[in-house]
Design a protein around this ligand. Sequence first.
Ligand SMILES: Nc1ncnc2c1ncn2[C@@H]1O[C@H](COP(=O)(O)OP(=O)(O)OP(=O)(O)O)[C@@H](O)[C@H]1O
Ligand SMILES: Nc1ccn([C@@H]2O[C@H](COP(=O)(O)O)[C@@H](O)[C@H]2O)c(=O)n1
Length: 216
Amino acid sequence: MTQILTIAIDGPAASGKGTLARRIADYFHLGHLDTGLTYRAVAHRMLEKGWPLDDAAHAVEAARQVDLGNLDKHALSAHAVADAASKVAVIPDVRKILVEKQRAFAARDGGAVLDGRDIGTVVCPDAAVKLYVTASAEVRAARRLRDIEARGGTAALAEILDDIRRRDERDMGRSDSPLRPAADAHLLDTSEMSIEAAFQAARAIVDDVLAKRDRA
Ligand SMILES: Nc1ncnc2c1ncn2[C@@H]1O[C@H](COP(=O)(O)OP(=O)(O)OP(=O)(O)O)[C@@H](O)[C@H]1O
Ligand SMILES: Nc1ccn([C@@H]2O[C@H](COP(=O)(O)O)[C@@H](O)[C@H]2O)c(=O)n1
């Protein structure tokens, strides 16, 4: 029987986990799901409808409507949506619904890379490879600023840094599925690593796990 290869990549905002997840998925010919987009989709609908972000009944309704095949990264990229996503993400019933959809994606033929906050701890605790990608808050804020400027926008570095710290606190401090490395995760601090260096380090970890699997 062929084993499904699941790779879980977690980490805080702007740590580079999405960039790494896409590269790893391409390299190993796996599907990829950015699970942050599922929380952003719920938040986007709540904002669109003018529903308060702590309105659990409407948030559950919005979560049920999330379609993994129709997540519009561009429409969900706004800063306000990211911030709102971390508020709806504290609602346990929202998490339950989204986790079910994420697990269905992980079980697809051919295997998958999922990135988020609770992939290695909750969504796919049996993933063959778990990576926890991090970088200092200052480095992450500088990367985010470069993103904004590359799109022709402007922002103050100090405000971005404040936002990142607030989101870290919310994500790490919530009681349901807080952001933390799984006990068996490989830690990758990319503060002083290029994207290519981070990819090569992650690729080596996956290669090693695959080689051990082949020998078993
Ligand atoms: N090792 C790295 N060195 C320099 N820049 C990087 C590195 N990794 C990622 N980046 C850049 O940092 C920015 C944030 O990366 P990315 O979107 O992958 O982070 P993320 O953790 O998925 O963020 P979010 O949680 O907000 O979705 C992007 O512009 C990306 O190109
Ligand atoms: N598995 C996940 C993924 C995301 N979240 C929450 O969504 C917010 C937005 O995520 P991004 O990765 O797109 O930045 C994030 O701050 C988390 O609150 C989550 O809880 N679990």
